[in-house]
Design a protein around this ligand. Structure first.
Ligand SMILES: Nc1nc2c([nH]c(=O)n2[C@H]2C[C@H](O)[C@@H](COP(=O)(O)OP(=O)(O)OP(=O)(O)O)O2)c(=O)[nH]1
Length: 132
């Protein structure tokens, strides 16, 4: 099955983390799900460069990319993603939604209220365990 490499930013501003909702799409399993912003890694860029580029394109935000947090391989019915998540810091909370339909700054304890993309669940669980 086709595997795509994806980077995702866990963006902190103090105790709050940015959670964004995907737009409706043909794939029911990612349509309107919450995720950590990011996207596909292009040829000739590092994961860190891909993250900085995606966060600018999707949210007009700049971030400081820190350490890698968790890598998840998840198979959806039509493709597999290999997703690298990074701990990041927001330099400013202001953002513009260019692709997503909602953004929430939540404390980690509040994460369970959201309907997350399945690939994100191990990341959400790890953040929640470490916070507990
Ligand atoms: N960015 C991101 N993508 C995720 C997460 N969880 C998850 O299942 N995905 C999936 C959704 C998509 O199928 C894929 C990422 O592709 P994308 O469509 O966001 O990437 P992109 O911005 O480069 O897309 P494109 O429009 O250029 O094709 O990974 C997540 O937390 N963050």
């Amino acid at each position: 099955m086709k595997e795509i490499e994806v980077v995702a930013a866990i963006i902190f501003d103090g105790e709050h983390v940015l959670c964004v909702q995907r737009a409706p799409s043909k794939y029911a399993y990612t349509s309107l799900k919450y995720e950590f912003p990011g996207g596909k890694v292009e040829a000739n860029e590092t994961q860190k460069e891909a993250l900085e580029r995606e966060i600018k394109e999707e949210l007009s935000m700049s971030i400081i990319v820190g350490s890698e947090y968790l890598t998840v391989r998840h198979s959806y019915p039509d493709f597999t993603i290999l997703m690298h998540s990074y701990l990041c810091i927001a330099t400013d909370r202001s953002l513009v939604l260019h692709e997503h339909v909602d953004a929430k700054w939540l404390e980690i304890e509040e994460f369970k209220q959201l309907d997350w993309a399945a690939a994100d669940v191990p990341i959400v669980d790890k953040l929640m365990e470490e916070k507990a």
